[in-house]
Ligand binder design. Sequence first.
Ligand SMILES: *[C@@H]1O[C@H](CO)[C@@H](O)[C@H](O)[C@H]1NC(C)=O
Length: 148
Amino acid sequence: MTFHRAMDKLSLLLFIFLRCLNPNLGYKAGAPTFACKTMTPGHGVPTQTSASPYTIQTGAEEVDDAGRILVTLSSPPLQFFTGFLVQARTPESDEAIGSFVQIPRNTQLLNCGTQANSSVTQSTNARKTNIEMEWESPPDYEGSVTFV
Ligand SMILES: *[C@@H]1O[C@H](CO)[C@@H](O)[C@H](O)[C@H]1NC(C)=O
């Protein structure tokens, strides 16, 4: 049996931890696990409600034969971010699915729910403009996911 693990188009419910103007407000150690579902920072900065200027893109429409796909988070030209939280979710769910298997420096893995390494967050307040991560689908999952 072959599983079709199609990726959803990039409709983004963006994770908003944008401390671009005041990096000191950020969690230097990354988002706390209580932010897993709400995806709000919880440190007094209001969640952004307007369309986010930040983008998440995937390297392909579908995962490769190993069930993996490249996910890129980027800021607009001349802008940056310091904090963020990215995870994959199935439609209508607020649970993270799958796991990240490659992440760059200044970031770390976070266990959301029961799923190890299911989210990526910052590990330092360094200014970031482009982050590439590799995500792996659960072996038995068939359907779409959205990266948030
Ligand atoms: C989670 O990530 C850590 C660090 O990369 C790794 O050692 C561990 O095997 C991973 N666990 C799972 C379940 O992927």
